[in-house]
Design a protein around this ligand. Sequence first.
Ligand code: C5P
Length: 233
Amino acid sequence: MAKDVIIACDFSSAEQTLAFLDRFQGRKPFVKIGMELFYAAGPQIVRDIKARGHRIFLDLKLHDIPNTVRKAMAVLRELDVDMTNVHAAGTVEMMKAALEGLTREDGTHPVLIAVTQLTSTSEDRMRKELLISSSMADTISHYAANAREAGLDGVVCSPLEAALVKESCGDSFVTVTPGIRFADSAADDQVRITTPARAREIGSDYIVVGRPVTAAEDPVAAYDRCVREFLGE
Ligand code: C5P
């Protein structure tokens, strides 16, 4: 499994995003386009960033009835991204529908992963507000097993849970982990977090890093620090 750092480009306009990517001066980091940017700039921003040669994780976290998700994924298929996702809470049937919609005529598809529990959700809130009485670990393992049963390639989870997912779903099951913070940076609204180096030790395949890079005084240096800590380069 190729390991890499994905930058969460959580900006509210195409101009801001392209100006941010310009700072990398010809280098092509793997980027994540989430709801904020996609809703602000539309599908064209995906085409534009792809045309610049970046790999793209389109993080729209689909969660709806299976028929709607299948049809939405068939539309997203045309954008030819490298990775995209759904919420595992949408059920195995919904995840299967997502995969069907995303699959190209030749049978290939972008990496499709499922969000287990958001990295901003604590076990306490999951119990009290979502009425999920299992532990966070059991919930993540179970949702990951559902994703695997549906034929998905992996999950989004906290780096703290990557080893657990590998244990229950196998080493080739992809773990994409947001909730990354440098030892000396703020947690913001994230709860289940760790550092790039620790994420590597636990078994993340891809770390997703947003504010520690995008809000840094020198984003390129912060990205390089992430790569160094995560890939040990
Ligand atoms: O700025 P920060 O590093 O917290 O950004 C994390 C990114 O990962 C955000 O774009 C957020 O939407 C996304 N994400 C997450 N937790 C998940 C799935 C996605 O934080 N479980």
